[in-house]
Design a protein. Structure first.
Length: 316
């Protein structure tokens, strides 16, 4: 026997009132966090020991800009050296040749296994180990090039070598992970079309691996910008080196460190913009390719939370 559903007493869709779930705990925690931040900012702003007048005098000083120039070119040059050499090392580690694999593994083991500060000091004082740099045929007296180590390895060159070679060890692992994330069938299909291995790597594998390589490499670039502060131990005249020279004379350590922190924060914020753009570009066609930025998502969520809600709008 067929039965029919009695809808005479069912409420109409337009009569439904949708009440959103109230998250009172979240708002209490957010209010507490805002109050704590406001208290911290107010404490710093009114602290006479911070000496905001000194911060204002040195924030745009010529000595600071000179250090910024050195910091920026060290970051760019070290990342270029590290990424180029790291790509070569990553390909060597994926090679079936045991000699290439062994040499690349030894390089990664040595430069990733020792602290960056130790490497910077080592390159800065390499003249104590070798007084001259010689290029020639080993175990013979034939020499093609000879130069004094201290004149050749200036503090800037030593800093570049230390930062670049250390970054190459980490970049090689990032590139290797990106290459291995690409399905092997892509390379096999390219080889079946007659493409050489080098061309396959350049045209097929690496463009697809960029989706995995870009996010950690962007973090490495930001980390490199901050790691340039370590070269102050060999007086490479970067931002931190010049800051140390100033507070060694006026003894205003905290205000000068605030100046350095403000500039590092500004530069990191600028570097985050191209990183986000590259992630969106190479992430197209993936599940997270069209991901909205956290600030825009937060603004959208706040707008929805404060906008009036009716049952008719929710029912659509």
């Amino acid at each position: 026997m067929a039965t029919t559903l009695d809808t005479r007493h069912a409420p109409a869709e337009e009569d439904l009132t949708v009440v959103p779930v109230r998250h009172y705990g979240r708002w209490v925690a957010a209010l507490a966090a805002v109050l704590a931040l406001a208290g911290l900012v107010g404490s710093l702003a009114t602290n006479a020991n911070l000496r905001w007048d000194i911060i204002g005098d040195y924030l745009f000083a010529g000595l600071i800009f000179d250090g910024l120039v050195t910091t920026l070119w060290l970051t760019v040059a070290a990342m270029a050296l590290g990424l180029t050499l790291g790509t070569v090392i990553a390909v060597m580690r994926l090679s079936s040749n045991p000699v290439l694999y062994g040499l690349s593994s030894l390089f990664v083991w040595a430069f990733r296994g020792t602290p960056l500060l130790v490497q910077i000091i080592f390159w800065g004082y390499a003249g104590a180990l070798y007084k001259n740099v010689l290029i020639g045929i080993p175990f013979t007296d034939i020499t093609f090039f000879q130069a004094d180590t201290n004149s050749l390895l200036t503090p800037a060159v030593a800093a570049l070598l230390a930062l670049g070679l250390n970054e190459a060890a980490y970049a090689s692992e990032i590139v290797r992970a990106g290459i291995q994330s690409v399905d092997s069938g892509q390379a096999e299909a390219a080889h079946s079309l007659g493409m050489r291995p080098a061309l396959t790597m350049r045209r097929i594998v690496l463009p697809q691996a960029m989706r995995v390589i870009i996010p950690p490499m962007g973090n490495e670039t930001i980390n490199m910008l901050k790691m340039t502060a370590l070269v102050s131990v060999i007086a490479a005249h970067d931002l931190m080196s010049n800051i140390q020279e100033v507070y060694a004379q006026n003894y205003q350590v905290i205000p000068m460190l605030v100046v350095a922190s403000l500039w590092y924060l500004a530069l990191v914020s600028l570097l985050s913009v191209p990183q986000a753009w590259l992630e969106r570009r190479y992430g197209r066609g993936t599940a997270h390719g069209g991901r909205v930025s956290p600030l825009r998502r937060m603004f959208t969520g706040f707008t929805r939370a404060t906008a009036p809600t009716t049952g008719k709008e929710e029912g659509r």
